[in-house]
Design a protein around this ligand. Structure first.
Ligand code: PEP
Ligand code: MN
Length: 365
């Protein structure tokens, strides 16, 4: 007997669900019609006064058993979903999204491509300290058949008393060495005012982790014709990271590379926690090339090689690592930079691993 009753109640419930379904969709159609009328009239679709009236009416008519606050919450969700139905396409699919562009964005930097399936290594000292220091690293990069030299001229340091970088002088050193050795140079810019100046010196503008949500800087980088390497914020979610890239592309510059550089967690064995799964997520969600900075994510020299292998294996377009002629006396990040010999070993091991899809070397051999 009980079973029959249960069956009947369930049937009634299914019936009500279907009626709700029909009503919710009917409501959505009405909202769309209202949206069209408003469009013709040129008025805003979202009307908070009208929403308040609708919520008040629900409060007035509610006879339970649901609490009014519960019902208002449910209705608010329905209002939101209906409004989203009418939103413009750019709100539904971000410009950086794979839904917007299915093919990979290929960024061209001084004649070299990134994002086309060939994996790249970016190396260089944490800070530009002198011509000789950068030159020594640049020659090692050149010797490896690599094309990208990175060095910091403006260093956003946690302590104001730490070395802040050589500034424009550092950019000049990078430019000179880039020209002499035909390397593309990458450097971090920390203020919107310096973006224009940077165009004369560098091939890629890096936006650092601490500036990932410096929206004025993102807009400035978005309004120039220069590739941007955008690093993930210290505690940024992937969604926030993607939105930071959206700031750049929506201002006109689509030449963006995303860089996973570790996130802050409770773990103390490494400087940050390398979020390796961010790589396939970013590759799936966006059409932009993805880099992994093994230096800042681990903060440990002994982890550079295994994490670089992981990055290559999981499909990163770029591995980035810091190299200094004498890390012990480096003005920043001395504990984690490789010296030249360690860098050569690092490159040899990457090649030997078979994980590194490197056209530069394999075609030269
Ligand atoms: C850097 O790349 O030099 C740097 C400071 O890294 P991050 O912004 O990721 O901390
Ligand atoms: Mn560094």
């Amino acid at each position: 007997m009980g079973n029959v009753e249960l069956e009947q109640l369930r049937e009634q419930l299914d019936d009500v669900n279907l009626k709700l379904l029909e009503l919710i969709n009917k409501r959505a159609e009405l909202v769309q019609e209202i949206g069209n009328v408003k469009k013709v009239q040129g008025v805003n679709r979202f009307d908070p006064v009208r929403e308040r009236d609708m919520l008040d009416l629900i409060a007035e008519k509610n006879e339970g058993p649901f609490e009014t606050s519960t019902l208002q919450h449910i209705f608010k969700e329905i209002f939101k979903a209906s409004l989203e139905l009418q939103e413009d396409d750019h709100r539904k699919a971000l410009l950086v999204s794979r839904k917007k562009q299915s093919e990979n964005t290929i960024v061209t930097i001084k004649g070299e491509t990134v994002g086309d399936g060939i994996q790249r290594v970016i190396a260089g000292p944490c800070s530009v300290e002198s011509y000789d220091q950068v030159n020594e690293v640049a020659k090692a990069i050149k010797k490896q058949g690599l094309k990208f030299l990175r060095g910091g001229a403006y260093k956003p340091r946690t302590s104001p008393y730490d070395f802040q970088g050589l500034g424009e002088e550092g950019l000049k050193i990078l430019k000179q060495i880039g020209d002499e050795l035909d390397l593309a140079v990458i450097s971090e810019i920390v203020t919107p005012n310096d973006i224009e100046k940077a165009l004369d010196y560098i091939d890629v503008i890096q936006i650092g982790a601490r500036n990932m949500q410096n929206f004025e800087l993102l807009k400035a980088a978005g309004s120039v014709n220069k590739p941007v390497l955008l690093k993930r914020g210290l505690s940024a979610t992937i969604e926030e990271f993607i939105n930071a890239a959206e700031y750049i592309i929506s201002n006109g510059n689509g030449q963006i590379m995303l860089c996973e550089r570790g996130i802050r967690t409770y773990e103390k064995a490494t400087r940050n926690t390398l979020d390796i799964s961010a790589v396939p997520i970013l590759k799936k969600e966006t059409h932009l090339p993805v880099a992994v900075d093994v230096t800042h994510s681990t903060g440990r020299r002994d982890l550079l090689l295994p994490t670089a292998k992981a990055a290559l294996a999981i499909g990163a377009d770029i591995v980035m690592a810091e190299v200094h002629p004498d890390p012990a006396v480096a003005l920043s990040d001395s504990a984690q930079q490789m010296d030249i010999e360690q860098f050569e070993h690092f490159m040899d091991e990457l090649r030997a691993s078979g994980l590194y899809k490197d056209v530069t070397k394999s075609s030269a051999v």
